[in-house]
Design a binder for this molecule. Sequence first.
Ligand SMILES: [Cu+2]
Length: 162
Amino acid sequence: MKITRRQNLTMMGGALAASTAPSILTSSTAVHDIEMLNHDPDDKKELMVFYPDILMVQPGDLIRFLATDNNHNTQARDDMLPEGVEPWKSKIGKEFELTLDVEGAYGYFCTPHKTYGMVGLILVGDVSSNYETLKTVRQRSKSKARFKDIFARADALLAKQA
Ligand SMILES: [Cu+2]
């Protein structure tokens, strides 16, 4: 299903209206942690990773980037986010929290380790608005290889869900 900009805005408006009735939304908010690490716990040869590097969440869920190892951050540019979502860039070595209200696919990276392939993907609800577009965003060096692997695994997860 292709979502038009107008439909997308309507959904955002709906989410905004719903947030005035807090108890229902806040009580169901899930928290997801992503660790920023120097070594992949599943493969010690792989350096500089977000763990997990793929998250599937629901709109309104809270994401916490944990500064488990030092010298990392999380950054997302607007060409790697659903339409209308503000880009972010966290401070190096600090924990960072993010609430993702807009459905879609979110690609992000670590500013100092982008060339080492320190990248990640968050899928929020229905990702059909920008998932395929995000795959076509040009990546360089090891980020290119890591995103290729991430999207292959995300494809499988989404296929299982459908
Ligand atoms: Cu890093």
